[in-house]
Design a protein around this ligand. Structure first.
Ligand SMILES: [Zn+2]
Ligand SMILES: [Zn+2]
Length: 336
């Protein structure tokens, strides 16, 4: 994996923080007890405070459903005062969350941007895995477009043999009763406010689908996550004055190589170009939004080594003079 570009110091510090939290939660690795600092509430030694502050963790930064390479499929985590929010559930989200040292027992809400599989394929499994690990101790709310409730219902049905065996055999609570799905078709407005995070959604075009961008306002700053979107100046209005804009990106010279590898033709090429935003245009959105920091993610293509971090950066910097982070899996960005 390439080192995170222009954020190596921050990334090293926050990755270490994640590892410490993971060890404290008994999830990964072993560290001396003296280093079990209270990065997170559960698993921290008794008498220590829960984690304070807000940080975004990029769990998967590759656009598209193809599995493999140095990047996992799209998923993000936001941790605010120890509470965990997951935004998009591409394949691998649970394993990436564990690798990041996140405490799944602190999972509060899941936000799905749209019903492309690279954003929802592991939605059910994330909730299931949390439940199976004994960490689903409170209801989890899921927010997303129409189709999400059907997906949840069908997920529980397709796993009913296992789930009902465990309920009867292990005395577990039915996980279906702990997942509350909230659907909305098109939205510009408030979605959720739990006193820790205030979330609003904004519908943005991602032909032939619509995508939900989410704005997360915390006491430590504001993050906007685009989801998948065509170039949309209206999204800049929604993201106005945010501290961190997390935006999908496409590298136009890489599209032909991607189309060829996927054994696809002009139709697929047109889909990519008309439903995503080039890195140059992402820079325009960041400038229009007056975003303090731009984080590039959902790289298309996301697994071609000849497209370097410098190339992604320079393409976005064509139209944006602020700080640009070329995102990598497990990279953490602290707010405030
Ligand atoms: Zn996608
Ligand atoms: Zn998509």
């Amino acid at each position: 994996m390439n080192p995170p570009f222009r954020s190596s110091v921050l990334a090293r510090r926050t990755l270490l923080g994640g590892a410490v939290a993971g060890a404290a939660a008994g999830l990964i690795g072993t560290l001396p007890a003296s280093r079990l600092l209270a990065q997170d509430g559960a698993g921290a030694p008794a008498g220590t405070s829960p984690e304070k502050g807000a940080r975004l963790i990029l769990l998967g930064t590759k656009g598209g459903p193809r599995v493999g390479g140095a990047r996992s499929n799209p998923a993000n985590a936001l941790v605010v005062d120890g509470n965990l929010y997951i935004i998009d559930c591409g394949m691998g989200v649970t394993a990436q969350a564990v690798k990041a040292g996140l405490d799944l027992s602190k999972l509060r809400d899941i936000f799905i941007s749209h019903m492309h599989s690279d954003h929802e394929l592991e939605f059910g499994n994330l909730v299931y895995n949390t439940w199976a690990a004994g960490q689903l101790r409170q209801p989890v709310n899921a927010y997303g477009p129409k189709g999400l409730a059907d997906m949840a219902r069908d997920y529980w049905a397709s796993n009913s043999a296992d789930i009902h065996t465990r309920i009867a055999d292990e005395g577990r609570v039915d996980p279906a009763t702990l997942l509350k799905v909230h659907e909305f078709d098109a939205a510009t407005g408030p979605v959720m406010d739990d006193g820790v995070v205030k979330v609003t959604a904004f519908t943005t075009p991602h032909p032939p689908l619509k995508d939900l961008a989410y704005r997360f306002e915390t006491a430590y700053g504001t993050i906007v996550i685009s989801g998948d979107t065509a170039f949309n100046p209206a999204l800049a209005e929604f993201a106005r004055d945010c501290d961190v804009l997390v935006h999908e990106t496409l590298y136009v010279p890489g599209v032909d190589a991607l189309v060829k590898r996927a054994h696809q033709g002009a139709e697929f090429r047109n889909h990519l170009l008309s439903s995503h935003t080039s890195a140059q245009d992402v820079g325009k959105i960041a400038t229009m939004a007056r975003a303090k920091k731009l984080v590039l993610t959902h790289f298309v293509p996301g697994d071609m080594d000849w497209i370097t971090d410098q190339m992604w950066h320079d393409a976005a910097a064509t139209n944006y003079s602020g700080e640009i982070v070329v995102g990598h899996d497990l990279q953490s960005i602290t707010l405030g």
